[in-house]
Design a protein around this ligand. Structure first.
Ligand SMILES: O=C(O)CCCC[C@@H]1SC[C@@H]2NC(=O)N[C@@H]21
Length: 253
């Protein structure tokens, strides 16, 4: 295990870094560390034996891809914590844009990053609340296909990798340094201007804004024009002249 940031000055102040050769899941490691946490901590693993994706799926990683979790104690409610996914998406967008033409990248609501229309990165949020209105801790798990796209036939957004789409080859540890810096900037923006600014940044890079998309929830499928994301992070579709607010769904187009 190493705990030292790379020595190139990119690492944001106040954040700790833990690099593990192997772990079950960086989410599980974050859960184990959360109670004793004294500062925001990025946990990166070179290999995960039991990596988790959204909706209880398995996450297929691979050598040379980034698997990391940021665990910290933001002073916020569960709803505010959930909006951190837009901040990570923004940070991922800006980080990836250093290695490939930004016009090839887009953000899919609520929390995927697409590259040439395929999924290059996924985000998984987990938080714990015991008593009171604030979360005890939040962990943000991030998987980025930097070098390899796993074969995954379960998704309509076929996995792609940065290298496979002609991007620069970048090592996971270097990419994490860049990402951690961009995420710290997002936290500063949140503290200074609030969520409206985060939302604005996200919408500027949103996939299919103003176009017809389908949102699939646990119980129904709604097709409409992707109008916007509101100040609470909900997806807003225009369906037969009316606005429909969707708090959680998978989006297809
Ligand atoms: O399904 C998704 O799109 C989210 C995938 C999140 C995967 C990452 S890899 C690092 C962290 N550890 C995990 O077990 N999952 C997340």
């Amino acid at each position: 295990m190493s705990t030292e940031p790379l020595p190139h000055g990119l690492w944001p102040e106040g954040y700790a870094l833990v690099v593990l050769d192997e772990v079950d899941s960086t989410m599980a490691e974050a859960r184990r560390r959360a109670p004793a946490l004294d500062r925001p901590t990025w946990i990166m693993a070179r290999r995960q034996s039991n990596a988790k994706g959204r909706r209880g799926r398995t996450w297929l990683g691979g050598d040379g891809n980034l698997a990391a979790t940021l665990v910290y104690k933001p002073w916020c409610t569960p709803a505010q914590a959930a909006n951190r996914s837009f901040m990570v998406a923004n940070a991922l967008f800006e980080s990836l844009a250093l290695y490939i033409d930004r016009s090839a990248l887009s953000l899919k609501w609520p929390n995927d990053v697409l590259l040439n229309g395929g999924k290059v990165a996924g985000i998984l949020l987990e938080s714990a609340s015991s008593t009171g209105p604030l979360v005890d801790w939040l962990s943000i798990g991030i998987g980025v296909n930097l070098s390899k796209a796993p074969h995954d036939l379960r998704t309509e957004f076929a996995p792609v990798s940065l290298a496979g789409e002609g991007g620069e080859v970048v090592a996971p540890e270097e990419f994490l340094h860049v990402l951690a810096g961009h995420f710290a900037t997002q936290e500063l923006k949140l503290g200074t201007w609030g969520f409206p600014r985060i939302r604005e940044d996200w919408l500027a890079n949103a996939a299919r804004l103003g176009e017809i998309v389908t949102a699939r929830t646990a119980t129904r499928e709604i097709t409409g024009v992707f109008e916007t994301v509101d100040q609470a992070g909900n997806l807003i579709l225009r369906v037969e002249g009316r606005e429909v607010l969707i708090p959680a769904a998978d989006v297809y187009f």
